[in-house]
Design a protein around this ligand. Structure first.
Ligand SMILES: Nc1nc2c(ncn2[C@@H]2O[C@H](COP(=O)(O)OP(=O)(O)OP(=O)(O)O)[C@@H](O)[C@H]2O)c(=O)[nH]1
Length: 305
């Protein structure tokens, strides 16, 4: 029969940190590696303490449930099966660990033995990779000059709104905005000034829109907006606001900065809208505005979309 002493000697010679827990969630044995891993100098600081001493506040309640369910099941939990959690060192710092849990019986009692590996480095690497991927994903959807969502992000958002219209009847308006005679600005004042004008216009459009509207730069001097849940009148009000603010923004310029806009309102859940058709319709309306003298808004005929 295994005795407590044999087990204590055994967990001292294994190459992992280890602890033994009784059914009352109390630490009955810890080896030197575990003591050290959690920043304690004496194992007696841990012995007799609840497991909670090794856990951050936020996960304690959840862990006592896990321990109870472990004691009620006959199964062990091997390493490498994603059983990772955060622990807490004596100084309050967080440590990520991976554990293997097994049932063990000695002196007629049932215990859980946990072999614990420090997974902090692995966790930090995973977190870093996740953050970098998220950053890359954002960069791939952002226009570098204005910081606005780019064409790719706009098309994705539009696709999503088409889905919402078909599924939930949530209407929306899409607007194409193109600068008038931007080439002249570049040619007369230089590319640098042209870039600044694009940035200012992006800012004017974004601040004139409502919080839930999407504003994107979809090409050289082309912007586009999506107004979710907006009637045609609501969206027109926003576009007029953009025109007013633009006049104010460029008031001190002796050269005009104006916009031509085409708007397409989608509110019929039965109509088969798709991204390409909506873009074509809004684009066509915007070109109509150009043809009729620029600096104006034209409405797309949705029936033709
Ligand atoms: N400064 C700057 N210019 C750009 C950028 N991207 C595109 N352009 C310029 O934007 C201009 C777009 O001109 P067009 O759309 O052809 O025509 P426009 O002069 O605006 O005339 P209309 O559209 O007919 O009113 C071109 O001269 C491009 O070189 C950019 O990132 N920065």
């Amino acid at each position: 029969m295994k005795t407590q002493r044999t087990i204590a000697e055994l967990i001292e010679v294994i190459p992992d940190a280890a602890l033994i827990l009784n059914r009352d969630n109390q630490l009955v044995m810890v080896n030197a590696m575990l003591t050290d891993m959690f920043g304690y100098s004496q194992r007696r600081e841990l012995l007799g303490q609840p497991l909670d001493i090794l856990l951050p506040d936020a996960v304690r309640a959840e862990h006592s449930k896990h321990v109870a369910s472990f004691f009620n099941s006959a199964q062990n939990r091997p390493m490498g099966r994603g059983f990772k959690f955060s622990g807490q060192r004596k100084d309050g710092s967080t440590i990520y660990v991976e554990i293997m849990l097994s049932h063990v019986e000695f002196d007629g009692e049932h215990f859980a033995i946990a072999f614990v590996r420090d997974a902090t480095t692995m966790q930090m690497t995973e977190d870093k990779i996740r953050r970098e991927l998220e950053h890359e994903r954002k960069l791939a959807q952002t226009d570098h000059l204005t910081g606005l969502p780019n064409r790719r992000a706009f098309v994705e958002a539009l696709d999503n709104e088409i889905h919402n219209l078909h599924e939930h009847g949530l209407d929306f308006a899409v607007c194409f905005i193109d600068l008038d005679d931007f080439k002249k600005i570049n040619d007369t004042h230089g590319h640098q000034v042209g870039d600044e004008v694009l940035q200012q216009i992006g800012h004017v459009i974004a601040t004139a829109c409502r919080a839930n509207d999407l504003v994107a730069r979809i090409g050289g001097d082309e912007f586009a907006t999506i107004h979710v849940g907006a009637s045609l009148e609501d969206a027109m009000t926003v576009l007029e606001r953009i025109r007013e603010r633009l006049v104010h923004e460029f008031a001190e310029h002796d050269w005009p900065v104006t916009l031509s806009m085409g708007i397409c309102h989608c509110n019929d859940a039965e109509h088969h809208f798709d991204v390409a058709r909506i873009l074509r319709a809004a684009d066509k309306a915007m070109y109509e505005a150009k043809k009729q003298g620029k600096n104006q808004i034209k409405i797309a005929h949705v029936a033709a979309v």
